[in-house]
Design a protein around this ligand. Sequence first.
Ligand SMILES: Cc1ncc(COP(=O)(O)O)c(C=O)c1O
Length: 364
Amino acid sequence: MSSAASSPQSTMPAAPRRLFTSDNAAGAHPSVMAAVVAANDGHVLAYGTDVYTRRAEKAFNELFGRDVRTLFVYGGTGANVLALASVLQQAESVICSDSAHIHVDETGAPEKILGAKMLDVPCLHAKLTPEVIRAAAGVRGSVHHAQPGVVSITQPTELGTLYSASEVRAICDTAHELGMLVHMDGARIGTAAAALGGTRAALRSFTVDAGVDVLSFGGTKAGVMFGEAVVWFDPRRATRAEYLRKNVTQLHSKMRFISAQYEALLADDLFIQLGQSANTAALALYEATRHHTVLGLTSPPVVNSLFPTLHEPAKTRLQDWSFFWDWDQSAHLVRWMTSWDVTRDDVALFAAGVTAVLGASAGN
Ligand SMILES: Cc1ncc(COP(=O)(O)O)c(C=O)c1O
């Protein structure tokens, strides 16, 4: 650590206007806000019987190139719970990675609400593989085990890694062969679509075309104010989903305000463009900081998160200046995450703060 690490906070540059904590620290995109304001005109029927919801559903059909079933919910945990509720049978479990949000970060909501076991398995880079799924499914047929009924993967993963379209296909083929269905947690799906080609075709290649059955389509981290979508690629899988949505407390009465946001987010593939902006900012941050070898940033991010190593006192000093989350304290890992509105100036300022704390020369 250089002597700069012990210099007072007043020597730090101005903190960037945007935080590098998470993509849900960002506000909503102006187009989304405009859509909410426009939807505020007059009265419409509640609970989704409105023109905004019909148009947003149509936009999802167009996005995926077929008639899908789309239901809007309040949040990402709720989207996952509803998606899983629709495809799980009683006494079944969900095979997921040990980093999966449904397992780690949903306060036990899937277990509590669905009464289903999250069968988490250790995974390299937070990614399930056909082999790992086969091994986890080995408990099938034993009356002492919840029966694996669904495989849940996160795209991009909680560790900022991606499944290629062929990897998703292999997982879906394996799950289907074993009589299971596949859920994808796409809380940050715009960043994945951007990273894997940036087109609707790319998005379809790792979702509907790969065999995913039900998708939690995230908008909050992409630029909406609140609300997520759940998409069933075969509407026959969603025959009871409308009732389940209310049953798991995810039916918003003034639905038009969620639907209108999604109409804006899908128009001209805005969510992919915003995902690309977040990814570009993360890459710029990597380029601006990787010369500090103590950070251990050895490969560029594929989406919008970096997981550098930071020891004390540098870590707390930087967090006090511009807050970001710890990721794995035992390994001294923190997470820097970019969002759709992070600018080049924000990146430059944040990198200047990192340099002020770690010292200017490479190797610090
Ligand atoms: C991978 C993943 N899934 C789902 C969610 C949804 O969370 P929330 O219930 O906070 O909207 C998040 C939010 O951090 C997430 O990172």
